[in-house]
Ligand binder design. Structure first.
Ligand SMILES: [Zn+2]
Length: 331
């Protein structure tokens, strides 16, 4: 099918920045055939789409989410991170029927598409349902199965094998797999090393949650005598194939360790705010040369998957505070 998209505002590259321009856009068989001007030669039959009051731009990429959590929106509000994760979300996840996992993932995909996101990086218990949902929705994605435990080849074998099977089944230009150990507090150092080796051997990307909460960092320092970032560095997990979600609580040399490794980080400002975890030091990370990406995290903690809304949350605003006169009226 061919389309002429008219009356919209195009977002176009202009050197290293972007510009907007009112022009028609012609699409032939899913590929941009022309920008502006009259109908291209041999364009054939086409449908005209009126894009008045619309911005036309490339699809957004949600770099960290859990599409299956869409069903858990508002399920656990106003509680701290540990309560939210261990006592509220995880018990529900354990009871989630497979069919529900598909429908909730599809709902997540629909919410992303309707707000401009066409590609997402996912971490899921039922990764095969994420794949199915992404296929149904026609989205691109990197899908991961959250891995936990002591040993990838014993505790996590069926899950790991499941990832490989799904890679075989769905691996395409649209959908790929990403190895996804959950976090340092649910995975052993051994498992993290094993995942790193498999990722390097198979040329697969890897992701994890890292330094999301103060408790995670304090516990790591108590248990390992190192920050979570240092633990990850020592397992070899950091590197150019690595995506680190959150990185809110950076201590000591954490930022320079991440920068030197070439890892990318994903900031999820709404999720971090909702769970009371803080605000990632985005400016410091960028100044150090780290590739900083944007994610929504799951809908249980964001509470909407509209990525542009999360972009506005990356602007840290220092609220001006006037000294109290003691005579303010609150009427
Ligand atoms: Zn997450």
């Amino acid at each position: 099918m061919n389309y002429k998209i008219t009356n919209g505002t195009l977002l176009l590259p202009d050197g290293e920045s972007l510009q907007t321009e009112k022009a028609d856009l012609y699409i032939r068989d899913s590929v941009i055939a022309a920008v502006g001007g009259t109908v291209p030669e041999n364009f054939g039959n086409f449908e005209t789409v009126d894009a008045s009051d619309r911005l036309i731009m490339p699809g957004l990429i949600n770099m960290h989410t859990h599409a299956y959590m869409t069903l858990l929106r508002n399920y656990a509000d106003d509680v701290d991170f540990s309560e939210w994760l261990f006592n509220r979300c995880m018990p529900v996840e354990d009871r989630l029927p497979v069919e529900a996992a598909y429908w909730t993932s599809l709902l997540g995909c629909m919410e992303m598409i309707s707000t401009g996101t066409t590609c997402f990086i996912d971490m899921h218990m039922y990764h095969e349902q994420s794949c199915k949902a992404a296929n149904t929705a026609g989205m691109r994605g990197y899908i991961g199965r959250g891995l936990v435990g002591e040993d990838l080849y014993t505790d996590g074998l069926s899950r790991f094998q499941g990832c490989l099977d799904e890679q075989e089944k769905y691996g395409s230009d649209m959908l790929k797999f990403i190895l996804s150990p959950h976090a340092i507090y649910t995975c052993s150092e051994k498992l993290l090393r094993q995942v790193t080796e498999e990722s390097e051997k198979r040329g697969m990307l890897r992701q994890t949650h890292l330094s999301e909460s103060e408790t995670e960092v304090d516990d790591a320092i108590k248990k390992f005598g190192r920050t979570p970032v240092e633990v990850m560095r020592d397992t070899g997990f950091l590197g150019e194939k690595t995506i680190l979600a959150h990185c809110v609580q950076m201590r000591g040399d954490d930022i320079s360790i991440i920068a030197e490794s070439g890892s990318s980080i994903v900031t999820n400002p709404a999720s971090n705010a909702k769970l009371g975890n803080g605000f990632a030091p985005i400016e410091d990370l960028r100044r150090a040369g780290v590739n900083v990406c944007l994610g929504t995290d799951g809908t249980a903690s964001n509470n909407r998957s509209r990525l542009l809304r999360h972009l506005s949350s990356t602007a840290r605003r220092e609220m001006p505070r006037k000294p109290s006169t003691g005579k303010e009226s609150w009427a």
